[in-house]
Design a protein around this ligand. Structure first.
Ligand code: BMA
Length: 341
């Protein structure tokens, strides 16, 4: 039994797991020894799968995957798995429709997240709406995927939905940006009564004082509700003479008012170190997009994109990671304020 409780989600006794290796140094996050879990050319016409989100479904697991087609255009593909490690993909990209059931395909779609709120699954991605913008679709059966028409104006990316309503409102994190390889970026939050109309935007946290997250940050996995607050794995970016480096950071947000950061780890939790993180289409990228977590044991499996080429899996335990974030927390005024000006 963990000391920190994971709240309001079902147990997942069949989640993937490997014990913490002896002698682990630094943050209590360790990689799956058989990474990467998805190799190149996984589907006919798709060169690489990375930056993808998975969750428990029926007696196995389901996921939405960023598939980089052989023409270079990213799209969302559906995959299923018995063990959340070996995946079988549908050969065709996800077929989005509008509220009337008519085809409504985005120009492209990348970095999908998958979050269940009440009885509906939401797929959230970055697409093109006269510029990089957030796309959202809903499904109950993973057969019909109904797009919510352009919920946000451009430019915005890295949208992540909280897994339950807070104060009776849907809550979404996002990272306003520009149209290119954005050289700035803070995490903001928006509320909605119905998933269509969004407002009450607040600032959550800014790029950090530490070098590893000094250029921009962005939401990663859907926050996990715990007895200490919302546990959030996000990405932080630094700039080198050879391009951006993406690392994984950890923070804990206030449970009732998640625009307030309670703890923010000054150290990264994971940074590119293995060949599949350092070498690929875009080197030096660890890009978290989802967790599978088990309240009964406190185990957390973290899914992250590697070098824009692969999907990696890492593990942690809620007690250990919360403890590490708290012990190494450094907060600024813009973290702790309510984010309203
Ligand atoms: C970001 C996004 C991610 C990608 C990262 C590194 O801007 O486009 O999809 O993993 O760059 O290339």
């Amino acid at each position: 039994m963990s000391k920190v409780k994971i709240l309001n989600c079902p147990d997942v006794p069949n989640m993937p797991w490997q014990e913490r290796p002896e002698g682990l140094k630094g943050a209590p996050v360790w990689r799956y020894t058989d990474n990467p879990i998805i190799e190149r050319n996984p589907i006919e016409g798709v060169a690489r799968i990375f930056n993808s989100a998975v969750m428990p479904f029926e007696d196995g697991f389901i996921g939405v995957f960023r598939g980089e087609q052989t023409n270079g255009v990213p799209y969302v593909y559906l995959g299923r798995s018995r063990d959340a490690i070996h995946w079988t993909f549908e050969p065709d990209k996800v077929n989005f429709v509008d509220e009337e059931g008519k085809p409504f395909m985005p120009v492209y779609a990348y970095d999908p997240r998958l979050v269940k709120v009440e009885d509906t699954y939401y797929i959230i991605w970055c697409g093109d709406f006269y510029g990089a913008a957030i796309g959202i679709a809903k499904t109950k059966d993973f057969k019909t995927f109904t797009r919510i028409e352009n919920p946000f104006i451009p430019f915005n990316r890295n949208a992540v939905l909280f897994p339950r309503k807070i104060n009776n409102k849907f809550v979404l994190l996002s990272r306003p940006s520009d149209s290119g390889h954005t050289p700035f970026g803070d995490i903001f939050l928006s509320e909605s009564p119905d998933m269509e109309y969004w407002g009450h935007h607040r600032h959550v946290m800014g790029r950090g004082n530490e070098w590893w997250e000094s250029v921009k940050i962005g939401g990663g996995a859907a926050p996990i509700e715990t007895s200490e607050g919302w546990l959030m794995f996000y990405h932080g970016v630094s700039s080198t003479c050879n391009g951006f480096v993406y690392s994984i950071g950890g923070a804990i947000l206030d449970i009732n008012n998640p625009s307030i950061v309670k703890y923010r780890c000054t150290n990264f939790l994971l940074t590119p170190e293995e060949w599949y993180e350092e070498r690929g289409f875009v080197p030096n990228v660890c890009f978290p997009c989802a967790t599978i977590h088990d309240p009964a044991t406190g185990r957390i499996a973290l899914y992250y994109g590697c070098a824009d080429s692969y999907v990696g899996l890492a593990f942690t335990e809620v007690d250990a990671v919360v403890d590490y974030i708290k012990k190494n927390s450094v907060l600024t005024a813009s973290d702790t304020e309510i984010g309203r000006r």
